[in-house]
Design a binder for this molecule. Structure first.
Ligand SMILES: [Cu+2]
Length: 660
């Protein structure tokens, strides 16, 4: 929805620009609009100005996380795991190279190369490819041509006391009439953190280096070309909830984009991008004395892709049509060694060279029926092809399963919005399908330390099919805004692991083997309530309440469904001084799922406080912030902390941000 508003806004600006100022540069107008939008949604939270991408995502009421440590949290959208959502960087598909999900895509960017994160729920998020839960698009910084101030830069630094995390982030941009450069560089280093009882959580350290560069050149009055690259490297990352750590993870993410705007006709803009990204991932279990047998489990993921988008406007209808195509190859190896590491005793592919090719066309229309009502409707049709090179591994548990598989993935959605005075309402529905992920379809002995089973993929799995309904209602006046949202998913052929009676575990820690199978169906319900109130000038209150419920076809609970959660914060600003405090927590997890390795998680409440001060000196403005998270040093772990690892105890933090 937000995307459509942006598009509409941009189209109306372009049209206005043409009528009022013939010579106004449309690209500039487009960029200005995008920038305006970005300024509103800075990558920071109420409590902290220098946040990681994960901390920023956590401030959304649609996102929860599975945490395996302090680094690279796995984002759950609408309480569904990453297989059910599309996570993209500027629309580009990137696939992690870890069979144990140590590297969600969000771990390959940094907060200082992002402008915003675009989250869309359910089938509305189908623009970049087939999805069930929705989409998370990480949008990179993209400076406009011909900005007044040619050079701009930001430097951020800070220290977090609990895990001795020290970070330095810098980014700059140069902009002239024909030429733009955006660059960023960052380094974070953290040691083990301490829980609320003051105990060290071993293997929770990390080191992350990230840099990005984007160069744009205006090829004509209405067209431009842009080259982008991100390089990310994480080293010596501990995952306290897993039986192994990460030695090295490296990603290179590149793209070339051509943008053409049109002054006449119904086509307003055409955007085409080709991209390539490669990820390598090397785990390390040698630092865990409890592992008697050592396993190397490296993984590689390589993706080529194309996306091409048209923006069209005719009368009251504006449309987006997008072509997505990509090809991914995922490889993961398992090498087992006895204590003498020079002797390898076993070799297997846990991802036996899986190729995924996808091509799809999606469209999205927005029709302004009247001044206060709007109909959005869209859909997509995708073609998904998989091939397993070393299909022998898949035949061990699923003999005779085909080496190649082609699937059609249709989707459709509609949503009606109505505004009556200060009230707004929306109601919508959707239908969509997704193909199984590489692990679900072709994984071989992927050890899951949560339920302690080895997981086997099944190439014959049916498509997951989602039927979805959603509604929202809101009220807004000068001081108060309240928004309530609900959605409901009925998902047929819901993919989940079930115990296999045959097959013996490979890992000595594992208790058995599970194969991915389809439940007849599962249902998911999500509710959120968000309120803002301006108590007096400078004093704001914000509150969020979320509730979710997920069940399988036998009314058993689904795993990783967030219990009732709340967050409330107060924010006070006086001149250059700001202070904010927040309380957040989950209630007791009653609806847990013992079948999938969950146990009851007690309630917890966390109290945070921070204060900041701004200094303006000529063209430079600096902000310093000090704060403390988990003031009461509560010992807790959440429903989605893998293996109930405790979260961080009291954490003092300081940070500095300089804009010049
Ligand atoms: Cu890994």
């Amino acid at each position: 929805m937000k995307k459509l508003t942006i598009t509409l806004l941009f189209l109306s600006w372009v049209v206005k620009g043409q009528n009022l100022h013939e010579k106004k540069d449309s690209i500039k107008v487009l960029d200005e609009v995008l920038i305006m939008n970005n300024i509103k949604k800075k990558i920071e939270t109420d409590m902290k100005m220098n946040v990681s991408v994960d901390e920023f995502l956590a401030s959304s009421d649609q996102i929860s996380f599975i945490k395996r440590g302090a680094y690279a949290w796995e984002p759950l959208l609408n309480n569904m795991s990453t297989e059910r959502s599309t996570v993209t960087i500027d629309g580009m598909h990137v696939f992690g190279a870890c069979t144990d999900k140590m590297d969600p895509i969000t771990s390959y960017v940094e907060s200082n190369n992002l402008a915003t994160i675009d989250i869309k729920s359910g089938q509305e998020g189908g623009m970049h490819g087939s999805t069930i839960a929705g989409s998370i698009d990480l949008k990179r910084k993209n400076s406009p041509f011909g900005r007044l101030q040619k050079w701009q830069g930001v430097y951020q630094s800070g220290f977090e006391f609990n895990n001795k995390q020290f970070f330095n982030l810098g980014n700059f941009s140069f902009s002239s009439n024909r030429f733009v450069v955006d660059g960023s560089i960052s380094y974070r280093k953290a040691e083990n953190y301490y829980d609320g009882n003051g105990h060290e959580v071993k293997h929770s350290q990390f080191k992350k280096f990230n840099t990005s560069l984007g160069i744009a050149y205006k090829t004509s009055e209405l067209s431009s070309i842009r080259l982008d690259a991100i390089f990310d490297q994480a080293k010596d990352v501990g995952y306290p909830a897993l039986p192994m750590d990460l030695w090295l993870s490296r990603a290179i993410i590149t793209s070339a984009t051509y943008k053409q705007l049109y002054k006449k006709g119904i086509i307003k803009a055409w955007d085409t991008k080709v991209y390539f990204n490669a990820i390598e991932h090397y785990m390390d279990d040698t630092k865990r004395p409890e592992n008697l047998v050592h396993m190397d489990m490296p993984g590689w993921s390589t993706t080529y892709g194309l996306l091409s988008k048209l923006n069209i406007k005719q009368g009251d209808i504006s449309s987006e049509i997008q072509l997505n195509a990509y090809n991914n190859r995922s490889i993961a190896e398992m090498r087992m060694y006895p204590q003498d590491r020079s002797k390898q005793t076993m070799f297997a592919y846990s991802w036996p060279w899986i190729t995924t090719s996808y091509a799809g066309i999606s469209f999205n229309n927005s029709w302004d029926i009247s001044k206060n009502s709007q109909l959005n409707f869209g859909g997509s049709l995708g073609l998904n092809y998989n091939r397993s090179k070393y299909v022998e591994f898949n035949w061990i548990f699923h003999p005779g399963s085909p080496q190649e598989k082609t699937r059609f993935l249709p989707s459709i959605n509609a949503n009606y919005q109505l505004t009556i005075n200060q009230f707004n309402f929306s109601v919508g529905g959707g239908y969509g399908q997704r193909a199984p992920s590489v692990s679900e379809g072709y994984g071989y002995y992927i050890y899951n330390s949560f339920d302690r089973y080895d997981y086997i993929g099944n190439p014959n799995l049916k498509n997951e099919i989602s039927y979805e309904g959603n509604a929202s209602a809101g009220f807004k006046n000068k001081k108060l805004s309240i928004q309530a949202k609900v959605n409901y998913f009925h998902i047929e052929n819901y993919i989940i692991g079930k115990i296999l009676s045959l097959g013996s575990p490979m890992n000595y820690q594992s208790v058995g083997v599970k194969s991915y199978t389809s439940l007849d169906y599962a249902t998911l319900f999500n509710f959120s309530l968000n309120a803002n109130y301006e108590i007096t000038n400078g004093l704001h209150w914000n509150g969020v309440l979320t509730y979710a419920r997920g069940m399988d076809n036998k009314e058993n609970n689904l795993p990783f469904i967030r219990p009732l959660s709340y967050q409330t914060s107060l924010h006070y600003m006086y001149k250059e001084f700001g202070i904010q405090t927040s309380v957040n927590g989950d209630l007791k997890q009653i609806n847990f799922s013992p079948e999938y390795g969950e146990d009851k998680t007690p309630a917890y409440t966390i109290w945070n406080l921070s204060t900041d001060y701004r200094i303006n000196f000529k063209k430079v403005n600096a902000t310093i912030q000090v704060g403390v998270e988990n003031i009461l040093d509560e010992y807790y772990s959440t429903y989605a902390d893998w293996g109930n690892i405790p979260r961080m105890g009291r954490n003092f933090f300081t940070s500095l941000k300089i804009n010049f």
